[in-house]
Design a protein around this ligand. Structure first.
Ligand code: SAH
Ligand code: SF4
Length: 358
C-alpha cells in the first residue's frame, strides 16, 4: 500500500495522508502489539498532535523509529492575518512547497466553526470570488487539510463537541475529492459528520460521488443566480454543469432525517437581489429540502467594479420575499471588514502570483 505523499522535503510519508482504515496495515510490520496502533491513532485523530515526541505513552525507541520512517507534520502557521471584533480570525499557513493558504476560525458562542481550504487556489473562476480571481492552485493533501483544523482547534483549546468545519475556504472541495474524503474520515474521529459541511460550486459528478459515501457531511451548494444565463455569467462552470441538471442532482441527494441542503446565494446589488429574483429562486428550489443562506457580496479591489453589496433594505426585501414563498433563509450579516465574511473568498495575499487574465 502506497500512501500519497505530502510534498515535504523528506521522502517520509505523512501519516495524516493515510486513510484511517489503512493505518493499521501500514504500521503493522513494526508497531506491536496492535493496541499501540490504537494509541497512535488516538494521538493523531483525537489529539491532533504533529510530532511523534508528543506520544508520551509510547516507548522512546518506538517514537524514534516512527520518526525515522514517517512524519505527522502540518502546514506551518505563519500569521493570524486579521482579527475581527466578533472574535473571528483569519490564519495564513505556508505549505512545504511555499504555497500559502488561509483558514478562518469563527467562535460563535457554544459553537466554533473553522473554515478550511481544500486547494491552494481555484480553477473554477467565479467572477465574484477573490480566490477565483487569482486562479488555480494545487490540491491540498489530507495532511494539509486536517492540519488547518487541528492547528487551530489546539491553539484555541476548543473542545471537540463544540467544533464544526466548513469547506468554504480556498478551492473547490469536490475537485479534490479523494483527499477531501480522507480528511473527512480523519476529522470524523473527532467530530460527527453532521458538523461538517462541504460547499461546492455545483460539480455534479462530485455531488453524486458524495451521495454514495456512507458517512455524508452536510452539503452546501453555491447557487448564486436564479437562472442559467446569469449563473453562467458569474459562474462559468454552469456551462459545463447546467443549473437544471444541478437542481435535479440535488433532488436525488439522500438526506438524513433532520438535515437539509444549504443553497448559498451571494447577493449582488441590482443583479440578483430583486423581489422577482427571490421568487425565481423559490421556484427553482421548490420541492427540495433546502434552506437559503444569503451572503451579501463582499467587495474587493480585484473584483469587477460593478459588483456591489446590496443595501440592508434590499437584503431585507429579498429575504422577506423568500419567506413569503415559504423558503427558509438565513443571512450572513457581515460588513465588508468582517473576517467571517471573508470565508469563501480567501487568498494567500503575500504570494507572488499573476492574476488570471479577464
Ligand atoms: N468552492 C466552493 C467553496 C468555497 S467558496 C464554493 O464555491 O461553494 C464559499 C462561498 O463563498 C461560496 O458560496 C461563494 O459563493 C462565496 N463567495 C465567494 N466570493 C464571495 C464574495 N466576494 N462575497 C461573498 N461571498 C463570496
Ligand atoms: Fe472557486 Fe468557490 Fe471561489 Fe468559485 S466561489 S472561484 S468555486 S472558491
Amino acid at each position: 500500500m502506497k500512501p500519497s505523499l505530502s510534498p515535504t522535503a523528506s521522502e517520509r510519508p505523512n501519516l495524516y495522508d493515510v486513510k484511517p482504515d489503512e493505518l493499521p496495515a501500514l504500521l503493522h510490520a513494526f508497531v506491536t502489539p496492535s493496541f499501540r496502533v490504537t494509541q497512535i491513532a488516538e494521538w493523531m485523530y483525537r489529539r491532533g498532535v504533529d510530532s511523534f515526541e508528543a506520544m508520551t505513552n509510547l516507548s522512546f525507541a518506538l517514537r524514534g523509529e516512527l520518526a525515522e520512517r514517517f512524519t505527522i507534520s502540518f502546514p506551518r502557521g505563519v500569521a493570524a492575518a486579521e482579527a475581527a471584533p466578533d472574535g473571528s480570525r483569519k490564519s495564513l499557513f505556508t505549505l512545504a512547497d511555499g504555497s500559502l493558504i488561509e483558514s478562518v476560525f469563527m467562535p460563535m458562542g457554544e459553537r466554533t466553526s473553522i473554515c478550511l481550504s481544500s486547494q491552494a487556489g481555484c480553477a473554477v473562476g467565479c467572477t465574484f470570488c477573490v480566490t477565483g480571481f487569482f486562479g488555480a492552485g494545487r490540491n491540498l493533501t489530507p495532511a494539509e487539510i486536517v492540519g488547518q483544523y487541528f492547528s487551530l482547534r489546539n491553539e484555541h483549546a476548543v473542545p471537540s463537541e463544540q467544533m464544526n468545519v466548513v469547506f468554504m475556504g480556498m478551492g473547490e472541495p469536490l475537485l479534490n475529492f479523494e483527499n477531501v474524503v480522507t480528511a473527512l474520515d480523519i476529522l470524523g474521529h473527532d467530530i460527527a459528520p453532521k458538523r461538517m459541511t462541504i460547499s461546492t460550486a455545483g460539480i455534479i459528478p462530485g455531488i453524486r460521488d458524495l451521495a454514495r459515501l456512507p458517512k455524508r457531511p452536510n452539503l452546501a451548494v453555491s447557487i448564486n443566480a436564479p437562472d442559467q444565463k446569469r449563473r453562467e455569467e458569474i459562474m462559468p462552470i454552469t456551462a459545463k454543469y447546467p443549473l437544471d441538471e444541478l437542481v435535479s442532482t440535488l433532488r436525488d441527494y439522500p438526506l438524513e432525517h433532520g438535515r437539509e441542503i444549504t443553497a448559498e446565494y451571494v447577493l449582488l446589488a441590482g443583479y440578483n437581489d430583486s423581489v422577482e429574483d427571490a421568487a425565481a429562486l423559490a421556484r427553482l428550489l421548490r420541492g427540495l429540502r433546502v434552506k437559503v443562506n444569503a451572503i451579501p457580496f463582499n467587495p474587493d479591489p480585484n473584483l469587477p467594479e460593478w459588483m456591489k453589496r446590496p443595501s440592508d433594505e434590499a437584503i431585507d426585501r429579498f429575504v422577506r420575499a423568500l419567506v413569503r414563498q415559504d423558503v427558509a433563509v438565513t443571512v450572513r450579516r457581515s460588513k465588508g471588514r468582517d473576517i467571517a465574511a471573508a470565508c469563501g473568498q480567501l487568498r494567500g495575499r503575500s504570494e507572488p502570483r499573476r492574476p488570471r487574465a479577464r
